[in-house]
Design a binder for this molecule. Structure first.
Ligand SMILES: Cc1cc2nc3c(=O)[nH]c(=O)nc-3n(C[C@H](O)[C@H](O)[C@H](O)COP(=O)(O)OP(=O)(O)OC[C@H]3O[C@@H](n4cnc5c(N)ncnc54)[C@H](O)[C@@H]3O)c2cc1C
Length: 404
């Protein structure tokens, strides 16, 4: 097992690093000031779109899509993607400059994997081009949504249309004016067995009958320009051709959507945590308290050492999961993906927490990305499936593998 980055990836990564240095790090605070200003709610600065065009023209585009999706994919393996994701995750909004952000990347993967040629033409191509954005609506307020088989939104066939009725919440991105398509999971076949009752269907965002009930705040932050929405679906009609893969495939699609996505999430946390560590070291070297630099204090040295160990452990685990996915497929990597889901957000949360402490007051204000890493890592321990669900899954897999 060797994790030496290929020459191709070293080249892409160097280009990406140069792009981050020239265009992204210098605008880090400008982005925050713009997007946090209530006057700009759900808007993005003009220069953001210019950066996207620049990234596209340099081939730093859609790098998340693994080689099995060629011709749409730039042709990288999972292990190659992992290295690149670490680099592009060191600034919280940078993934979207390279069209590699959630939830679009998961939705593009669903459409590439299961979409009909017509669905791909209408929705996948503009998403890959970065012309539109998308959302994924599974979670519902009235049921425990960590169990995807609980979803209740009704999908009923009426002639050549499906009719949707129900309520969704936590639909990331649905508030953004560029969001044009929502992948909605609902119950279409209650007569089937539990894992074949649901479907995923394409619903254009402007379809009559969809009401934006409210936006949700996450740790009191509206997450503009993406935003999390509560949506009401009342007699929402779409053509039968909008069904993805077929009736009863919703659970399978939800599972498929989360496999590779989970692995990319993990490398995002490695990138975020590494950035926190870099900032923490620089601060410890420059800040003097009680007659010496913070970097001279044993307690600070120990916290930095702990961060480095935890980040490196997670990085190696991510690369190992990616290597198994490349060699044997996603199914073979399920145990490692579960391990990552358990380890990665908690690791980033602890690293951000320690960095915050070393920064003192500055560590909790808008001057660094540390608070955003801390809160993102915390909510991802729920949003990407609660920790407990991943632990139960890993426990069961481990017992199956080791009990005999
Ligand atoms: C910021 C953010 C963005 C999100 N974006 C999206 C999105 O774009 N689209 C979307 O559809 N959803 C999204 N979600 C929703 C997210 O997927 C759900 O919150 C998640 O699946 C958990 O479902 P729930 O909130 O209903 O919690 P529940 O299912 O009610 O679970 C609550 C708690 O019960 C416990 N629990 C659950 N299962 C088990 C178990 N098996 N063993 C032990 N304990 C257990 C856990 O402690 C868990 O945290 C987002 C959430 C957040 C916070």
């Amino acid at each position: 097992m060797g994790f030496q980055a290929s020459e191709r990836v070293q080249e892409i990564n160097a280009k990406l690093q140069a792009f981050m240095d020239e265009h992204i790090y210098p605008r880090e605070h400008e982005w925050d000031e713009f997007t946090q200003d209530p006057v700009n709610l759900w808007q993005t600065p003009d220069w953001f779109f210019e950066l996207r065009e620049k990234a596209k023209s340099q081939g730093l585009w859609n790098l998340f899509l693994p080689h099995e999706y060629e011709p749409w994919s730039p042709g990288l393996s999972n292990i190659e993607i992992a290295t690149i994701f670490e680099t592009m995750s060191k600034v919280s909004w940078a993934q979207s400059v390279f069209n590699c952000n959630a939830p679009d990347r998961g939705n593009m993967e669903v459409l590439a994997k299961y979409g009909t040629p017509e669905q791909q033409e209408q929705w996948l191509h503009p998403l890959l081009d970065g012309k539109i954005r998308s959302a994924y609506a599974m979670t519902e307020p009235q049921v425990a949504s960590s169990d995807a088989t609980n979803m209740e939104l009704e999908i009923t066939r009426d002639g050549e249309e499906y009719v949707l009725n129900g309520r969704k919440w936590w639909t990331t991105g649905a508030v953004n004016p560029h969001c044009k398509i929502v992948l909605v999971m609902g119950k279409s076949n209650p007569e089937n067995d539990r894992h074949r009752q649901h479907s995923t269907i394409l619903v254009p965002r402007d379809t009559p009958g969809i009401t934006l009930v409210r936006t949700l705040r996450v740790f009191d932050n509206l997450h503009s320009p993406g935003g999390e929405a509560e949506l009401l679906f009342e007699n929402v009609r779409v053509p039968v051709s909008n069904m993805i893969k077929g009736e009863g495939c919703g659970f399978e699609i939800a599972q498929g959507r989360l496999g590779p996505g989970r692995f990319q999430y993990a490398m995002m946390f490695v990138g975020m945590a590494q950035r926190c560590l870099e900032l923490m070291c620089a601060r410890a070297e420059e800040r003097v308290a009680f007659g010496e630099k913070l970097s001279k204090k044993t307690s600070v040295q120990h916290e930095i050492a702990r961060c480095r160990c935890e980040i490196e452990q997670c990085r190696l685990l991510t690369l190992h999961a990616a290597e198994i996915m490349d060699r044997e497929g996603v199914k073979a990597a399920m145990a490692h993906i579960s391990m990552l889901k358990i380890v990665a957000p908690s690791m980033a949360q602890s690293v951000a927490d320690r960095a915050m402490q070393v920064f003192g007051g500055m560590g909790v204000c808008q001057d660094t990305l540390i608070p955003s890493v801390f809160t993102t890592a915390r909510f991802c321990r729920i949003a990407d499936g609660p920790d407990e669900v991943h632990m139960s899954q890993l426990g069961k897999l481990t017992i199956r593998d080791l009990a005999s």
